[in-house]
Design a protein around this ligand. Structure first.
Ligand SMILES: *[C@@H]1O[C@H](CO)[C@@H](O)[C@H](O)[C@H]1NC(C)=O
Ligand SMILES: *[C@@H]1O[C@H](CO)[C@@H](O)[C@H](O)[C@H]1NC(C)=O
Length: 410
């Protein structure tokens, strides 16, 4: 009996150790806490793979548990009025500072787009709710958090189009007046896939014929910006990093475009480019746009381009791949120079580091005002980790610096 429990205990320990142990760099703060947090994500990902293999529930369906676990019902408080509404048919959560009588002051506004690889996440997750409230309180701003529809149920361009519809609706002068928002002081912002949507919306809005109100700023937190080269130095260096390993990011990309598993496998091998996207590879050439210190030990080799039948079979996904509304890096400089000023946050231990840095380089050379904040010991998703028990010091620092930039630039 005792012997049996010892065996069980040892088995449990080695099982736990297997899941917890990760080659996490020494310089990451609160390393043990990150290992534990990550072991939860890894176990869930393995469970999701198993569930899909057994035909029980698809991978993203299981991963969605992360979203459900943190969902809350947004409530008004002493200072903030919170309402759930629909803007042009799309769900949004609106946070407004409560006014005292006779207050007619116009306010700034932040349109916020949550992360989660276009497949997971919600405005109603407690870290996003908390962040929205912080922005309202510190900037006396209106925050509009968009509950766009998600892949794989809704592939690209649906999530993007939901966001674009909301932004266009909100930027009507009459609507802004209704919420006492100053039309000259509106920002769009988002983290990870939300940063992707924020960058894409900023680009499209400046091309919109007859658009009177434009954005003043875009704040992109470890954004995803291109799907053409999934072997940049940061993808290689950080392929097994906590929270967002390369496998998961590639999975998000492929699910955004298609549920075809062959496309996922091609993306994993970085052989997913077709003649349609090959002429755009120059816009994501890291040997040109990444400062030499980020090249590390890696040598540039252009992604393989597939021709003929195999490429044709991918039809829709190939077209999406070449679309700048999915990959904002894929536009010429002439489409960048009139963009609103930008804040770009990147993390060293993140597969998406080089996406962000390449956009910094490209925006700067197109003449856009850019603030680049790089966290040498940062990991992907840091800003989300502000709620006990998964609260990290770096998450708090990221939040403070990000809000400080918004305060000074909006
Ligand atoms: C990438 O850039 C390097 C040097 O800047 C150049 O030699 C190479 O031809 C470029 N490749 C592509 C596909 O643009
Ligand atoms: C990169 O190229 C250099 C010079 O050709 C070579 O010495 C080095 O081994 C290459 N690095 C990798 C990781 O392939």
């Amino acid at each position: 009996m005792r012997f049996g429990s010892i065996i069980a205990f040892v088995a449990l320990c080695s099982f736990t150790a297997y899941y917890i142990y990760e080659p996490i760099p020494e310089d990451i703060e609160e390393r043990w806490k990150l290992m534990l947090t990550n072991s939860f994500f890894r176990s869930l990902s393995h469970l999701a793979d198993l569930s899909e293999l057994l035909g029980l529930k698809d991978y993203m369906g299981v991963m969605y548990f992360i979203t459900l676990a943190e969902k809350i019902v947004p409530m008004s408080d002493e200072h903030i009025k919170v309402t759930e509404e629909q803007f042009d048919g799309v769900d949004v959560v609106l946070y407004q500072p409560k006014k005292s009588d006779g207050d007619t002051k116009l306010r700034t506004a932040v349109i916020y787009l949550h992360g989660g690889g276009w497949c997971l996440g919600s405005s109603l997750m407690s870290p996003y709710d908390l962040l929205a409230r912080k922005i309202v309180n510190e900037l006396d701003a209106v925050v509009l958090s968009v509950e766009y529809r998600l892949a794989p149920a809704y592939h690209f361009p649906v999530p993007y189009e939901d966001v674009y519809r909301v932004v266009k609706h909100f930027l009507h002068k009459g609507v802004l007046a209704q919420y006492s928002v100053d039309p000259g002081r509106i920002a769009v912002s988002g983290d990870s896939a939300g940063g992707n949507l924020a960058a894409a919306v900023s680009q499209q809005l400046q091309k919109e014929p007859g658009q009177q109100v434009q954005l003043k700023a875009q704040a992109l937190i470890y954004p995803v910006l291109q799907a053409l080269d999934l072997n940049t130095p940061s993808y290689q260096q950080n392929q097994d990093m906590p929270i967002l390993p390369r496998y998961l990011m590639v999975r998000f990309w492929s699910e955004y475009f298609t549920s075809d598993r062959a496309f996922f496998r091609a993306m994993m091998a970085n052989t997913h480019n077709s003649p349609e996207s090959s002429s755009l590879l120059k816009f994501v050439n890291w040997s040109t746009f990444l400062p030499a210190r980020y090249h590390r030990k890696y040598n540039y080799s252009a992604p393989t381009v597939v021709q003929g039948e195999e490429a044709l079979g991918r039809g829709g996904a190939s077209r999406s791949l070449a679309d700048p509304r999915a990959s904002p890096l894929l536009v010429p400089d002439s489409a960048l120079h009139s963009l609103p000023k930008a804040y770009i946050l990147t993390c060293e231990y993140d597969v998406l580091r080089d996406d962000g840095i390449m956009y910094v380089t490209r925006l700067l050379s197109a003449g856009v005002e850019v603030t680049h904040e790089h966290y040498d010991t940062g990991f992907h998703g840091g800003l989300m980790f502000t709620v006990w028990p998964t609260d990290f010091l770096i998450g708090r620092r990221m939040t403070e610096n990000y809000i400080k930039w918004l305060k000074e630039n909006l």
